[in-house]
Structure formats: C-alpha cells, structure tokens
Design a protein around this ligand. Structure first.
Ligand code: UDP
Length: 340
C-alpha cells in the first residue's frame, strides 16, 4: 500500500479523503493538530474502515514536529495538504493567524518534503482565488481577481508559492492544485461529516441545525443580486465526490502522468444553484419545513460562481455522481446523528 500523508486528515474534507484513500488501496497517515476538528472523527473513520488510521497530533507549521512524522513514517509517496483555517469572516478578524497558519504550514511542508525525497503534492485550493469573476462558469484559465478576504488571499499566495518553488532549477516537486467549490453533505454511513464549532458560517450546516431546532431560523444573505431569484449562486459538491477527486489526483502524480510540474483543476459539479434552490431542495429531500428570513447581504460574498468542470473530466476522468438533493439528504442524516 502506498503511503499518503494527509495533513488536516481529521477535518471535514480530509476525513472523507482518508476513507476514500484507504478504500482505493492507499495507506493514509493523518497529521492534524485538532485545532478545528475532534478526536471522535478518528473513531468514525475506524468504524467505516474497520482499522485505525495512524494519526499524529502535530501542527503542520511546526517544522521539527513535522520532520518527526516523516522520520517515523518512511516511504511517504505523496502528501495531500488540507490543514488550514477556512472561515472567510474569521480571516477578516484574525488575518495574521490566517497567514501564519495557512502560508506557514505550506512553507514548512515544502521545506521538509524534499529532505525525505517526497515529490508529490495535492494542494487544497479554492474557487475564492477567482474573486468576482467577469464571466461564468469559471475555467482554470479564468484570471484570478483580488480575493475578497485574507482567507482567499492565503489560497492565492499558496498557489503562487507552489508555482515559484516548482520553477526553481533543481526542484522535483510536482503538484496538483484542486480548486474546490462548495463542499456539502456527509459520508453515506453518517459516521463522519461536518462538525462546525459554534454557530456555523456555512449555509448547509446552518440549514440542518435550523431544521433540527438548534437554530431558530436561517437568514438568507440578500435577495437583490442579479440572479434568477436574487440570491447568490454557488456550485455545491458532495464531500465524498470531492474526496474522490484527490484519489484521482494522487494516482496521476504517482503514475507520472502530470503534463506540468503544477496542474490546476476546478472541482465542482458544473451546476450553479441559488440559496433558495438549496433551501427548497433541502425541504423536499428532508421532508422538513425550514424557517427562514431574508436579511441583508453578507460583506465579501461573491454574487455568483460555479465551475466549468470540463478539464477535470477530460484530463482526470473525474465526474461528480451525487445530486444536490442526495447531498442535502446526507447532510440531514448526519445532522440527526449529532446530539443537540
Ligand atoms: N448563506 C446564507 N445564510 C447563511 C450562510 C450562508 O444565505 O447563514 C449564503 C451565502 O451568502 C452564500 C451561500 O449561502 O451565498 C454559501 O455560503 P457559504 O458560507 O456556505 O460558502 P461560501 O460560498 O461563502 O464559501
């Protein structure tokens, strides 16, 4: 079994990727500092796989500690780097923490990987790098625009750092940058899923918590945008579909099939849905009536963005499989397993 280091492997997307990696015949090794994830995730992963996944409680930005993981785990074939802070609003409040953590952990990883001859990297990027795009859907060739938050800027900077490092003369690093659209839902088993700390920032956990009676009502952030029903458009991708994109990307790197030292792929469904589409689809999929109100716009929101998913399909053979309704049903099933 080829060994793949998964930083942030106890997080939302990371935990689903760990499961898919193992089921695809890889040996995942988790590195996580549990700053925004819970130990219970490990039990969920173990319950799905029937085996425990080796896990190191290490902060990726701690170079000595990260080196210790590479020493303890010889023959790592590649790294999937998920570990990062991810809340747009929080990044405006604590920009320095975002740069230190998101940029810092990448720099540390890029310094340590070559010491151990590890050359393959899959990096978690985001459609936030496109800013407010001029045309939709966005392709990988769509020019990036100023990001609307420090969070988005960390993703842009990390992409640039990877390009620069890869361009150095004796560099051996090969990277696939995956630009995620909006991950939602949970594993079919409902043993792992999203675990927001406190009041959720993201739409779908807010919806499921409202349906579960934890929140009184959902506030839709604006209905006066230039979209069919006035609410924002996003591309919502099931988290297991998104996780599977990482397995294809890892395989491509290990097979030496990448055309360039850095390749970039959008990972979305190619469909744009409004916030009201999501609310109505959730109501149908769950049989729950959702209490919601229309509120003011949320600062920093991009009016509309969704992926052109053609490149991932043509080059990686990757296509999403789960509908919006099924994704939302899985989110609801997961919510019902959580204590209030
Ligand atoms: N949204 C909303 N109410 C909420 C949370 C989110 O109306 O309580 C909207 C938000 O304005 C955006 C969409 O849902 O249009 C997705 O937001 P989310 O924070 O989940 O992801 P983002 O696209 O901002 O990364």
């Amino acid at each position: 079994m080829k060994k793949i280091l998964v930083t942030g492997g106890a997080g939302y997307i990371g935990s689903h990727a760990v499961v898919e990696l193992y089921q695809a015949g890889y040996q995942p090794v988790i590195v996580d500092n549990f700053s925004n994830s819970e130990e219970s995730v490990l039990a969920g992963i173990e319950s799905i796989l029937g085996v425990a996944v080796p896990t190191y409680r290490v902060d990726c930005a701690d170079e000595a500690a990260l080196r210790g993981v590479f020493e303890a785990e010889p023959n790592i074939a590649g790294v999937i780097h998920f570990a990062a802070f991810k809340a747009v609003g929080e990044s405006v409040q604590k920009p320095l923490a975002y740069f230190q953590n998101n940029v810092g952990s990448l720099l540390t990883l890029l310094a340590v990987m070559p010491e151990f001859g590890v050359e393959n990297l899959v990096f978690s990027s985001s459609c936030t790098v496109y800013g407010i795009p001029d045309a939709l859907p966005v392709t990988e060739a769509t020019p990036t625009k100023p990001a609307s938050s420090p969070y988005g800027r960390t993703k842009q900077m990390c992409e640039e750092i990877i390009h620069d490092v890869s361009g150095a003369p004796d560099n051996k690093l090969r990277t696939i940058l995956l630009r995620y659209f909006n991950p939602i839902g949970a594993h079919d088993s409902a043993k792992i899923g999203e675990l927001p700390l406190g009041v959720p920032n993201n739409l779908v956990p807010f919806i499921t918590q409202t349906a579960a009676g934890i929140r009184e009502k959902l506030t839709i952030f604006g209905n006066d945008y230039d979209t069919p029903d006035g609410t924002n458009i996003r591309d919502y991708i099931h988290v297991v579909d998104l996780a599977k994109a990482h397995i294809v990307a890892v395989q491509r790197l290990l097979d030496h099939k990448a055309d360039e030292t850095v390749e970039t792929f959008n990972v979305g469904t190619g469909n744009g849905n409004t916030v009201l589409d999501v609310v109505q689809t959730f109501e149908k999929a769950s049989g729950q009536k959702l209490n919601y109100v229309i509120g003011p716009r949320r600062p920093g929101d991009v009016p509309a963005i969704y992926a052109d998913a053609t490149k991932a399909e043509q080059v990686l053979g990757f296509k999403t499989e789960t509908s919006l309704a099924d994704s939302l049903a899985s989110a609801w099933k997961w919510q019902q397993t959580l204590k209030k």
